[in-house]
Design a protein around this ligand. Structure first.
Ligand code: AP5
Length: 241
């Protein structure tokens, strides 16, 4: 079983990133984003988490997104970009942020380029802001195991996996005492294939775009979690040097 990396919050870098984590469903974007957040003290901005929060709160956005997400399809670019713009205006994003699950379409990638070029709104960041784009590559069968085995704690948000990173007590969070772990609504078998198809058809071209412009850094996400984390930390620190 993979060991947890002990975080050393904020290693003293001034501004970090922004960091873009690309990869198919189950590649480990959320897992690694949390570790980057702990080490560098910049927030994880997960469009999936933001959408799920809106669904849970029953906002207009949540109502529009709920059925789309349950089918494993992508929510419209306009809704996602508007939601993200509001999130990135928050003061905690000033030093940098980790985009987990964005951009996912060519239109979203164009929107992000414009944002980082300060054409959309002034988020008061210094100008050098091209993202560090990391893609986690994982074998298809491994993805299926990761997605079907994933559980999370509804109280503290910690992610587990019944195959690779089980809690000490079956289906109960190690940290939030007694909280029963839950599976995500879109981790059902019949929704997994449409999510993987959406990745292949709509998000793979985004990675190709970053590759063509020399900005893509592929990482073998099939390794144990700690090894993936160590490689990502090296990439970030080399990039900042
Ligand atoms: P989102 O929430 O972004 O989900 P996703 O991209 O499908 O990715 P996952 O959260 O499933 O996987 P992950 O890569 O984060 O893996 P994790 O770290 O959890 O999106 C959900 C939906 O929201 C979309 O389908 C869409 O409808 C909508 N949406 C979101 N963003 C959108 C956008 N920009 N535009 C339009 N629509 C959008 O790991 C998975 C499991 O594997 C865990 O159990 C973990 O413990 C385990 N694991 C992780 N790493 C390893 C390892 N190295 N070894 C062994 N196990 C591991």
């Amino acid at each position: 079983m993979a060991q947890e990396t002990s975080p050393s919050t904020d290693v003293g870098l001034q501004d970090v990133g922004p960091i873009v984590l690309l990869g198919p469903p189950g590649a480990g974007k959320g897992t690694q984003a949390k570790r980057i957040m702990e080490r560098y003290g910049i927030p994880q901005v997960s469009t999936g988490d933001l959408l799920r929060e809106n669904v849970a709160r029953g906002t207009d956005l949540g109502l529009a997104a709920k059925a789309v997400m349950a089918r494993g399809e992508l929510v419209s670019d306009d809704l996602v970009c508007e939601m993200l713009q509001e999130r990135l205006k928050q003061p905690d994003c000033k030093r940098g942020y980790i985009l987990d699950g964005f951009p996912r379409t060519a239109a979203q990638a164009g929107w992000l380029d414009a944002l980082l070029d300060h054409k959309l709104f002034d988020n008061s960041r210094p100008t050098r802001a091209w993202p560090i784009v990391i893609r986690l590559d994982v074998d298809y069968n491994q993805l299926l195991l990761r997605i079907t085995g994933r559980r999370s704690c509804p109280t503290c948000g910690r992610i587990y996996n019944v195959h690779f990173q089980p809690p000490r007590v079956d289906e109960v969070c190690d940290l939030a005492h007694g909280t029963k772990l839950v599976a995500r609504n879109d981790d059902r078998l019949e929704v997994i294939q449409p999510r993987l198809t959406a990745y292949d058809e709509q998000t793979r071209p985004v990675a190709d775009y970053y590759e063509r412009t020399g900005r893509l850094i592929p990482v073998n996400g099939d390794q144990p979690m700690d090894e993936v984390t160590a490689q990502i930390f090296r990439i970030i620190e080399d990039h900042q040097a």
